[in-house]
Design a protein around this ligand. Structure first.
Ligand code: PMP
Length: 437
């Protein structure tokens, strides 16, 4: 029996009284989520929702997966906490497992609790390793909520601080369908990457690192063109600048590979991971090569970094992903969903572009007059929710319908999701009367 006092009205009253006003939520008519199992979550009235957003790309192995919950519960009743100043086994075994899970020489981990903290740590490490103080980030990026990471966030919507740090340089994000130079790929010779070279030349010996997501999530699920990161890395290498890959959303099989950067012929110096590493428990890390990590010798501790319970959960996540070959599954299911989204695009003039890789997919919604279809996006989100499906929205203009379902999505639920999208587009009159446009 659910507690009768758990109603949206009561929760909204508590929220407006006790939370900072910045904490916003999806939906005009929100529900209270009280339970999760596999690819479904349940509200206060017991209604089920197919969760195609996974708590923003976290529950890659599904909600409350017993293969992860059981070892975490065992650890919870055995030893909950000690911190990094003591030797504990779970953190060390996890570090070993992560080094093995990652390709190439990325080997040494520092554990913390959030994506912001992992990025902040990676940036500090880059400073220590290079002796420089400036960073390059991309215009459509989001890297966190702390002072420096929100300063490195290019998306206006997420840049809260009126006086962000001054040591950040922005380059245009590689978005071919909105090329700032009005050029065509590949004859453009990837002009946007040249912006990195210009920043470096204008700031000699000042840039410590370049940070980017392998596929731009919050920027609206944008996959950079082939050769972009390769060209950027060759510029960085010439100047001794490190490459940090923020794998918050793309890591842990989401894009059809274990890590998003594996889609390119690059070798990052530092990667940052969070979200899906704990499948819902708070754990994150920055991981570097021996060559870079050797500069971090001053004392560093994190109270909850490598917490035994979270570490055991994370180790179980890696095992589950390997045992179930989740990257291959994400690639196959993502292909099926992607094809259905393209079919929907043929039917709806509202869909400007379908983008993404694996099970990280987006549809940009734009009106005939080329303005961002933000109200239509919100109506879709709400309609889908009424129909029992949760999706996300991203993009600088908040008009990209975003899908990041658990990677364990069954073929029936894949169909249900795709049919549900078509149904909601139809119900809202977003399908062309002729069925083609
Ligand atoms: N980097 C990226 C790409 C993210 O999407 C996010 C969170 N949405 C973060 C960093 C920050 O993570 P956290 O909220 O755990 O601090």
């Amino acid at each position: 029996m659910t507690d009768q006092s758990i109603t949206p009205e009561n929760m909204l009253a508590l929220k407006s009284e006790y939370l900072m006003p910045c904490v916003f939520h999806f939906y005009k008519d929100p529900m209270v989520i009280v339970r999760g199992e596999g690819c479904y979550v349940y509200d206060q009235q017991g209604r089920s929702y197919l969760d195609a957003y996974s708590g923003v790309g976290v529950n890659n192995c599904g909600h409350c997966n017993p293969a992860i919950v059981k070892p975490a519960e065992k650890q919870l009743s055995q030893l909950q906490h000690m911190t990094t100043i003591y030797l504990t086994e779970p953190m060390l075994r996890l570090a070993e497992a992560l080094a093995e899970f990652l390709p190439g020489p990325l080997k040494r981990s520092f554990f913390c609790t959030s994506g912001s903290e992992a990025n902040e740590g990676a940036l500090l490490l880059a400073k220590l390793a290079t002796g420089r103080n400036d960073f390059i980030s991309l215009s459509r990026s989001l890297h966190g909520r702390t002072y420096l990471t929100s300063g490195l966030t290019g998306i206006e919507f997420w840049r809260t601080d009126p006086e962000p740090p001054q040591n950040v340089h922005f380059a245009a994000s590689p978005v071919c369908s909105r090329c700032p130079y009005q050029l065509e790929y590949p004859s453009c010779d990837i002009r946007c990457a040249d912006e990195i070279a210009t920043i470096v030349e204008n700031n000699p010996q000042r840039i410590a690192a370049f940070i980017a997501e392998p596929i731009n999530g919050n920027g609206g699920i944008v996959v950079p063109p082939e050769g972009y990161f390769e060209k950027v890395q060759s510029i960085l290498k010439k100047h001794g600048i490190l490459m940090i890959m923020d794998e918050a959303q793309t890591g842990f099989c989401r894009t059809g590979k274990r890590f998003g950067f594996e889609h390119y012929a690059i070798q990052p110096d530092i990667v940052t991971v969070c979200k899906a590493l704990g499948n819902g428990l708070p754990i994150s890390a920055f991981i570097a090569t021996d060559e870079v990590a050797q500069y971090y010798t001053r004392p560093g501790a994190s109270t909850f970094g490598g917490n035994p319970v979270c570490a055991e959960a994370a180790r179980a996540v890696l095992k589950f992903m390997k045992d179930n070959e989740l990257h291959g599954k994400a690639s196959k299911t993502g292909q099926i969903i992607g094809e259905r989204l393209q079919r929907l695009q043929q039917m709806s003039p509202l869909i400007r572009e379908v983008r993404g890789q694996g099970m990280m997919l987006g549809m940009e919604l734009v009106r005939e007059d080329t303005t961002a279809a933000t109200e239509e996006m919100d109506a879709l989100l709400e309609q889908l929710k009424y129909n029992g499906i949760l999706v996300g929205k991203t993009g600088p203009e908040r008009n990209v319908l975003t899908l990041m379902p658990p990677l364990v999505l069954s073929s029936e639920d894949t169909e249900k999701l795709c049919d549900g999208l078509e149904q909601a587009f139809t119900e809202l009159g977003f399908i062309d009367a002729l069925g083609e446009h």
